[in-house]
Design a protein around this ligand. Structure first.
Ligand code: K1U
Ligand code: ZN
Length: 205
């Protein structure tokens, strides 16, 4: 499944403000005044208990889902991050967005993803999390995975992942199971991270 290429088409402003225009323009999604505005969603932070919730499968492949996916992508790009699970924005449905490209124009959207296969070979990679800002540590995971999923229109696809994409997809699928990457770290590190996060939240209060 090819990732969604981000649409960077710019329509001249004069087209969007032209008077007495035909109906064709009124429906054109690239005309700024007609394009629905994207929202940045609030990301919940560790150790918020809502990060422990197990997400339920998506059953309605409708405009509301596609709008949520667009808002999640906007939230991920502006954070900035390379992935985001719906759990992190307090929506407990099985939805993930990922873009590990340098150019930030290769969005992967996974609805109801399932792990079909994981390699016996493992890799140690540094991970971060938008729900645990400022914390990075090494996590060991299968180096390659195959995922079965659906796109936002309910069409099934399978994707072989390796490198950063494999790390990211496993990290995000953990979020859907209510797991945060710090749970792979030692109890001492987890305690230190919780203390650090609680201090951060007290400062912000
Ligand atoms: O799940 C998340 O909170 C997103 C997380 C994904 C991830 C990163 C690294 C390894 C595994 C999973 C992030 O995006 S953390 C931020 C980050 O990695 C980043 C930030 C700015 C530029 C590039 C990457
Ligand atoms: Zn995360």
């Amino acid at each position: 499944m090819a990732p969604y290429r981000r649409d960077v088409t710019r329509v001249p402003v004069s087209r969007s403000v032209s008077r007495g225009n035909d109906e064709k323009d009124a429906d054109h999604p690239n005309i700024p005044s007609r394009r629905p505005r994207l929202s940045q969603l609030a990301i919940i932070e560790y150790p918020d208990p809502r990060l422990k919730r197990v997400a339920r499968p998506v059953t309605a492949f409708d405009e509301r889902l596609r709008r949520l996916v667009a808002d999640m992508a906007e939230t991920m790009y502006s954070a900035p991050g390379v992935g985001l699970a719906a759990t992190q924005v307090d929506v407990h449905e099985r939805i993930i967005v990922i873009d590990v490209s340098e150019t930030k124009d290769a969005l992967h959207v996974f609805i109801n993803p399932e792990l079909l296969w994981a390699s016996e070979e493992f890799a140690l990679c540094e991970e971060g999390c938008l729900s645990v800002p400022g914390v990075y540590d090494m996590v060991r995971r299968p180096s390659r995975v195959r995922v079965r999923s659906m796109d936002p229109h309910g069409r099934p696809f399978e994707l072989d992942c390796e490198g950063t994409l494999a790390v990211c997809v496993q990290h995000e699928m953990d979020h859907l199971e209510g797991r945060v990457f710090v749970e792979y770290l030692s109890p001492l590190k987890q305690t230190r991270i919780r203390t650090r996060m609680r201090k951060r939240h007290a400062r912000q209060a």
